[in-house]
Design a protein around this ligand. Structure first.
Ligand SMILES: C[S@@+](CC[C@H](N)C(=O)[O-])C[C@H]1O[C@@H](n2cnc3c(N)ncnc32)[C@H](O)[C@@H]1O
Length: 261
């Protein structure tokens, strides 16, 4: 996990302005109560709307640079909302908080940054010890597309795709993002090599920045067993944030788990 450095963190909110999961997390926080533990909280994308809705939120994040942006985003909030958010630097594979949580969330597929089965177990074990007896863990992933995995793992030379254009709000600079993906079928990882081109007003590239990122894709039954191994029972698996039934290749798989009785 090397991408989330200072320059990437500065661009993150404009590059990944995800909002489709927010009503879902607000509903769950309303049902479960707080405090909510937001693991890999990034720039506060989910923590902030939860706090604005009146929930107490603890955010844990590995990257100091993402946290710096989160802290700056907090300064835009009123003092009461700010006071409901606690941010800490830490690793979801080994964290300690003083209390238990009725709701622990890992939004935006961040669990996929955990690259080995051993580390995945460490994350889930650590979460288990911080989850209140009646609490819920919610994490989101994607369901791997086998055809895509097979085709792309055999693609040579590596194919560069344009994936996004966006404008950085703070500076007004326009960016084009290019990406190559390399699939490692043995280790179930995808290496994303991202190139962010900053453009001037005549579309000339002013500079290019390289942000490598690696994810470990996880199959549905694999995660089901992993949950069971770590003392969880799966309560629901949805194909999206509207709680539609799970189906193969779903883009946003939402897992809800609780402690085994
Ligand atoms: C895709 S971003 C999601 C950020 C935020 N949750 C959101 O929804 O916008 C993934 C985040 O996971 C963080 N991360 C990766 N590995 C981590 C770990 N082991 N412990 C805590 N955070 C981690 C990264 O630094 C990054 O901020």
């Amino acid at each position: 996990m090397r991408a989330y450095n200072a320059t990437y963190a500065e661009l993150y909110d404009d590059y990944a302005p995800i909002t489709d999961d927010l009503p879902f997390f607000l509903e769950e926080a309303q049902a479960r109560g707080g405090p909510v533990l937001d693991l890999a909280c990034g720039t506060g994308r989910v923590a902030i709307p939860l706090a604005e809705a009146g929930h107490t939120v603890c955010g844990l994040e590995l990257s100091e640079d993402m946290l710096a942006v989160a802290r700056r985003n907090l300064t835009q909030l009123n003092p009461e909302t700010q006071a409901r958010i606690t941010l800490r630097q830490g690793d979801m594979r080994a964290f300690q908080w003083e209390h238990l949580f009725p709701l622990i969330i890992i939004p935006a597929r961040s669990f996929l940054h955990i690259e080995t089965p051993e580390d995945q177990r460490r994350v889930l074990t650590c979460i288990h010890s911080h989850l209140a007896p009646q609490g819920r863990l919610i994490l989101t992933l994607f369901d791997p597309d086998l055809q895509l995995l097979w085709e792309r793992s055999h693609m040579r030379p590596v194919h560069m795709e344009k994936v996004k254009e966006f404008t950085h709000t703070a500076t007004g600079v326009r960016y084009i993002v290019w990406m190559t993906r390399q699939y490692d079928l043995n280790n179930q990882t995808i290496q994303f090599d991202q190139y962010f081109d900053a453009l001037d007003d005549q579309n000339r590239v002013i500079h290019r920045t390289y942000y490598p990122l690696r994810l470990r894709y996880t199959f549905r039954q694999e995660l089901q067993y992993l949950f069971e191994l770590c003392g969880f029972e799966v309560e629901a698996v949805y194909a999206n944030f509207e709680r539609k039934p799970m189906h193969y290749c779903a883009g946003s798989v939402v897992w809800i788990a609780k402690k085994q009785e």
